[in-house]
Design a protein around this ligand. Sequence first.
Ligand SMILES: Cc1cc2nc3c(=O)[nH]c(=O)nc-3n(C[C@H](O)[C@H](O)[C@H](O)COP(=O)(O)OP(=O)(O)OC[C@H]3O[C@@H](n4cnc5c(N)ncnc54)[C@H](O)[C@@H]3O)c2cc1C
Length: 409
Amino acid sequence: MVIVVGSGAGGATVARELALAGIPVTVIEKGPSIEPKNAFHQYEPSEDGMDLLKTACVGGSTVVSAGNGVRVLEDELKSMGVNISSELDEVEDELQVGVLPDTHFGKGTKLLMEAAESLDIPVSKMPKFIRVDECKPCGKCSLGCPKDAKWSSRDYMKEAQQAGAELYSNCRVTELLVKDGQLKGVKLVHSADADNPDFETFLESETVVLASGAVETPRLLQKAGIEAGKNFFMDTFITVGGILNKIKFNKEVQMNALIKMDNFILAPHFSSFLAQELEERGAKDKDILGLMVKIADEPSGRVEQDGIIQTNTLQDVRYLAEGAAVAGSILSAAGVKPDTIVSTHPRGAHPGGTAAVGDIVDENLETTIKGLYVADASVLPVPPGAPPILTILALAKRLARHIIQKKSD
Ligand SMILES: Cc1cc2nc3c(=O)[nH]c(=O)nc-3n(C[C@H](O)[C@H](O)[C@H](O)COP(=O)(O)OP(=O)(O)OC[C@H]3O[C@@H](n4cnc5c(N)ncnc54)[C@H](O)[C@@H]3O)c2cc1C
């Protein structure tokens, strides 16, 4: 039996592939199983001194994703001996990644795209994994889709369970069981009894796949004596926006367009922080037009047992400032009053890098402990500065195939 820790992007994918191949698999997920529309309740509190967005529930952070499907780090991984091109093709096919029809582009997004074009800034439609027939644009992707119209790892998890995978939700893995360098299984506890070792139980296996995300995975590895946790990044972003009365952009499909520049990307994005900032000017959510500025931040952070050390480097600040300047020009050209343009504080939603390929795991995503693998954003070698889900899925599929091959040897 294979134990998979976490049911997000990486975990659900490994579980599905293994279950479909007839391999017994048990997934242990810290969070509950929820209706997608309630996902916003599952955001975890951020670590001190930073604003990092992630959710704990069956499906992990994919349940609150914007549905953006972009191939990232394909060449970087290939140069490290990890070729995921065919898995990426497969993932794009299964998630039916594609741009949305005109019916799903709102007025605000169209204005921003036209404004970028008028400034000779190349803009394209964002590839999405949203089921068009089920999607009624409402702007709530990142709160949890009210119509369940967006692919999430819940979909893969359901298929895994139909194929025989076991899912223990509301259960947290607290430690790996390693004796004399040999992997024996995991310790786990019901989430309600978290931190009370008296309630811990054990699950035995010589094959464990860690997919608990780039913050929790390194913590479990550290407890097993592996020096994971350095090289942390989160694709830092800000949202820059201002007032365009009654634009109702907050109800549109978010991040439906993409502007790629050398040092950052931009995508149409509403943030309620902007409305709060502009409240004194009489602005409500419906009056805000915004653009997200996202950078590949330098991987200078570190995950420790009791916190994350992360600072914005001089380069990060420079790239965010460059992005904010371009965003301001586009917003102004789209009709936003320039003297109302403000920015949110920096945030992150793509934690990664803390058990990187070539450092903590090898090209088969195995650690120095035999049978202990990692299949989440921790293994990304460098910050993508763009949506990583497709790449995590492809890496997890490739890992599942490796395990299937090993089991059949
Ligand atoms: C608001 C938001 C929007 C986003 N939009 C996009 C997008 O449009 N496109 C895109 O590509 N990316 C997007 N992302 C990023 C993407 O969701 C993440 O990069 C991706 O989900 C990370 O996958 P993962 O497998 O590393 O972790 P996750 O998907 O977060 O899964 C980790 C799982 O492990 C569980 N877990 C943690 N610790 C334990 C433990 N000890 N025991 C058991 N279970 C545990 C967690 O509860 C969680 O379910 C977005 C993220 C956010 C927050």
